[in-house]
Design a protein around this ligand. Structure first.
Ligand SMILES: CC(C)(COP(=O)(O)OP(=O)(O)OC[C@H]1O[C@@H](n2cnc3c(N)ncnc32)[C@H](O)[C@@H]1OP(=O)(O)O)[C@@H](O)C(=O)NCCC(=O)NCCS
Length: 186
């Protein structure tokens, strides 16, 4: 079994999913507003939720990325998740993904988690480039990527077929050298 890394930030712990996160993950995955731009229908059953959480762990086990539960450091309560998928070792790149329970929006938690996760990806997943694919209407997500230093590259036209329609996705990225420079400048 591959060890699942844990990260700590000022207010947060990024850790492995556990059984008692299921209820909050269910709330998140069933929340229409959270799921609006994620490209998946809101989840219906607890089995779907369990499969999603199993995917978080499988990514690590299979060496295909990682997805942490974001928990409050003080209480260990799950408030969301963040991680990297589509890890492409040949080209040293991966894609970022994240969601936060609605009551925790607007408090800087994802920015805090994102900085720590990016450090991990550039240092330990050994990537040179991290991509963010976001629906252009998803302004909180676009603002988050900008805060983390991602640069917009363009629009992928009709890139996905969701809920009966083709949708454009904005592609942004950050490179390892840009991340290092940002850290040195701050
Ligand atoms: C994307 C998502 C995680 C962004 O959440 P968020 O709360 O805006 O992001 P953060 O936790 O980093 O908080 C930043 C916001 O808190 C404010 N804030 C308050 N205290 C802060 C602090 N200490 N540090 C940084 N920001 C702080 C910022 O001003 C910012 O708000 P603004 O963008 O209106 O200026 C959230 O909207 C979400 O879960 N969406 C649904 C899932 C989703 O779409 N995922 C992405 C698919 S591509």
């Amino acid at each position: 079994m591959v060890e699942f890394p844990i990260l700590f930030t000022e207010r947060l712990k990024l850790r492995k999913p556990q059984k008692d996160d299921e209820q909050i993950q269910k709330e998140i995955l069933q929340d229409k507003e959270i799921m609006r731009y994620i490209g998946m229908e809101p989840f219906k059953t607890i089995d779907d939720v369990r499969n999603e959480m199993k995917w978080f762990i499988d990514l690590v086990e299979k060496g295909e990325g990682i997805r942490w539960i974001i928990a409050l450091k003080e209480t260990n309560e799950c408030i969301g998740d963040i991680g990297f998928h589509r890890l492409d070792k040949r080209h040293f790149k991966c894609e970022i993904g994240y969601k936060l329970k609605r009551s925790f929006w607007g408090k800087g938690y994802m920015t805090e988690a994102g900085k720590s996760a990016l450090n991990y990806a550039f240092d330990k997943l050994n990537v040179n480039r991290i991509e963010g694919l976001v629906d252009p209407r998803n302004l909180p997500s676009i603002r988050l990527l900008e805060r983390l230093g991602f640069k917009k590259e363009g629009i992928l036209r009709d890139y996905e077929f969701e809920r009966g329609e083709f949708v454009n996705l904005q592609i942004s990225s950050i490179l390892k050298r840009e991340w290092e420079k940002m850290k040195n400048d701050n």
